[in-house]
Design a binder for this molecule. Structure first.
Ligand code: WTA
Length: 649
């Protein structure tokens, strides 16, 4: 069966590349954004948008008024220390009050907040009341472990409900969380725990992926050996294999839950609007990953507004964001925004094609999912298996689709639209970043769509394409993607490195606006087309990796003297890593060593960072100041002219 189905080729869709997909009139009529437009007295979305950018504080005030505040703000935007902007200053707030507590006063207390399915088919659901109980117990355990306001708790868990509960528990007591993606490995974990100076780590014995155990506790043990600051480790039992536990440091979560400290009652702590909510590490141009800081109030306002208007969430919807909570997409649109909006979220633990390539489609049918939000790499990966897999399933519950993480190629867009959405579901191609917290460029269900374009800026957001002097470029000219005004869910700083935040995002050319690090163009309709990163960030399967991190993992191997990595196009991953390596004296290159180096990167960084290809070389193209010219390497790898090499040593 599997073989016959996997041989069926995907639909070939050869439509006119420039066709626009207009929304159906009933979709437009029922959209949340249409209701807001009428409420504000406008006739078209364009009028609403123009008002929202000319009166952005009034717009964000409307959005803030959708939430509950312990005490109101004095100022919507405080720009006195720009670019360290502050929002809703003077207010007392807690994101948990909005994500959980306020729903407990209404009928939603018995609504399903989370439906979870494990890769092994196990199944758990939690009402809002149940979520409250779980996070209160977790919060009390953390308090008894000495976690205080202002501490940063590291979390390294598989995609299980406890990941959500651990995050929410931290926020409830005013501690910040730092979630490290479960696909990362020893060095990546150790580096992030050290930078955050975490005293507590929450992990699991393991997680399930493609029927195999990902040995998280084993990796955590190795990482903790490099991180003396971690004094306590809470371990959730998921896979049940033997793991080594250090007495006095490691505690089983299920055992802690039986102790009197784990009371299901815990007050949510009111915090300042600008109180840290979380750190999320992301890759940048140089060296170490950056700890991006987000805060309680502005973040809550931005994510809930975008979620409501873009994904048009309705009370009866079942929402599935198939990202990992370990990345920003999961933070904003699995954990926080759906709960703030009182939605029902679905979470799935494992691989999309396990045990068969229909797993996702079967889940959509089984749970009657209404909105699916995923990444182009997943769509391309599943498209490869052909139409027969999705066609076996009833996908008619779907009404809206979404894409995020990298530009979606029009072919994958059309397949997603036709074969998954049956031409009934508008696709929300949302452009944003870890740093922006919420969508910046995105359609809403009323927007005419062009496959591959994120269309236009969200309400209150002024996006543009400019040259290095900050001058707006004309239609179809390539330039830098910038945001010209601050917005509430923006990052506040980089942990321990405010200068890097100010310089990299606001003061570098073009100065005075937020530079995203992407190149883009706008077409004659003002639609944005993102081309890709202009820095040394590589998006492998939508995951953001820095070339510097992968290079540093390579040179930590005893045979490697120098390394340079570049990204090359890949059919499913979008981009794959190609590494060039100079060996130490006396070391000999061969295929066994190449495999060993790939495995070494996997061990240090995580499987996603494993180079697709390793080339052992004797020199690397460098500038006279010693900077590796990756552009030249890339041109060579592609057999192209390397262009201007006058600065080459
Ligand atoms: C890329 C992920 C094109 C972009 C939410 C950005 C996209 C980087 C899109 C941020 C999209 C994200 N179309 N490119 N819809 N969404 N990107 O921080 O290069 O993991 O700068 O956040 O992903 O990646 P990050």
């Amino acid at each position: 069966m599997a073989d016959t189905l996997s041989q069926a080729a995907p639909t070939t869709i050869s439509e006119d590349e420039t066709r626009t997909y207009d929304p159906a009139s009933d979709v437009v009529e029922q959209a949340n954004v249409t209701a807001y437009m009428h409420e504000k007295g406008f006739k078209t979305f364009d009028e609403l948008y123009t008002w929202s950018i000319e009166n952005s504080e009034a717009f964000w005030t409307d959005m803030a008024n959708r939430l509950e505040w312990y005490t109101p703000w004095e100022k919507v935007l405080d720009d006195s220390e720009a670019p360290f902007y502050k929002w809703f200053t003077g207010a007392q707030f807690n994101i948990i009050h909005n994500a959980v507590d306020r729903h407990l006063k209404t009928w939603r207390r018995n609504k399903q907040a989370l439906i979870w399915e494990g890769e092994d088919g196990s199944y758990r659901t939690f009402s809002y009341l149940a979520v409250n109980r779980e996070i209160s117990k977790f919060a009390n355990i953390l308090k008894s472990m000495g976690v205080q306001q202002g501490d940063i708790v590291s979390i390294y868990l598989p995609r299980i409900p406890e990941l959500m509960f651990a995050m929410l528990a931290c926020a409830k007591i005013g501690a910040a969380h730092s979630v490290i993606y479960g696909g990362f490995s020893v060095e990546a974990l150790a580096e992030r725990m050290t930078d955050a100076q975490s005293k507590v780590l929450i992990t699991a014995d393991g997680g399930w992926l493609r029927g195999k155990i990902v040995p998280l506790k084993q990796t955590a043990n190795e990482a903790m050996a490099r991180t003396p600051n971690v004094q306590t480790c809470i371990v959730v039992k998921r896979t049940g294999q033997d793991v080594s536990m250090e007495s006095g440091r490691d505690y089983w979560y299920h055992e802690l839950l039986t102790l009197p400290i784990a009371s299901p009652k815990c007050e949510t702590v009111p915090v300042d609007a600008e109180h840290p909510l979380y750190i999320l590490y992301t890759s940048g141009t140089t060296g170490k990953p950056k700890g991006v800081l987000h805060v309680h109030a502005g973040y809550a306002v931005g994510i809930s507004a975008t979620f409501n208007m873009t994904f048009d969430i309705k009370e009866e919807d079942r929402w599935w964001c198939a990202a990992d909570p370990g990345w920003v997409t999961g933070h904003s649109y699995i954990v926080y925004a759906p709960l703030i909006e009182g939605a029902t979220s679905f979470m799935y633990e494992g691989a999309p094609n396990y045990p068969y390539p229909n797993r996702w489609w079967a889940l959509i049918e089984k749970y009657s999912i209404n909105i699916l939000y995923t990444a182009p790499t997943a769509i391309r990966g599943l498209m490869r298996f052909g139409d027969a897999w999705p066609n076996r399933h009833d996908l008619s519950s779907l009404r809206l689709l979404g894409s995020v993480g990298e530009p979606i190629n029009p072919e994958a867009w059309r397949w997603y639209h036709k074969v998954i959405g049956k031409e009934q579901c508008p696709i929300m191609d949302t452009w944003w970043q870890t740093e922006t917290g919420s969508f910046m460029i995105t359609p809403n269900p009323t927007t005419p769509l062009k496959p591959g374009s994120g269309t236009r800026a969200f309400l209150g957001i002024i996006a543009d394409v400019v040259d290095e002097t900050g001058k707006s470029l004309g239609a179809n000219e390539d330039g830098l993607l910038v945001i010209k005004k601050p917005w509430p869910s923006m990052m506040r700083t980089i942990l321990h490195n405010p200068e890097r935040y100010a310089n990299q995002y606001w003061k570098s050319e073009p100065a005075g606006m937020y530079t995203a690090g992407d190149s883009a163009r706008k077409d004659e309709d003002g639609y944005f087309w993102v081309i890709g990163r202009i820095d040394d960030v590589i998006k492998v399967s939508g995951y953001r990796l820095g070339t510097a991190e992968v290079e540093s993992a390579l040179v930590s191997h005893s045979s490697v003297a120098e390394a340079a990595v570049i990204g090359l196009d890949h059919e499913v991953k979008g981009t794959a890593i190609h590494a060039f390596v100079i060996l130490r004296e006396g070391k000999e290159g061969n295929s066994a060593l190449e495999e060993e180096l790939k495995a070494h990167v996997g061990h240090e960084m995580g499987p996603i960072a494993k180079p697709e290809k390793i080339s052992i070389v004797t020199t690397l193209p460098k500038t006279r100041s010693g900077k590796i010219m990756r552009r030249v390497l890339k041109a060579q790898a592609l057999g192209q002219d390397p262009g201007d090499v006058s600065t080459l040593e």
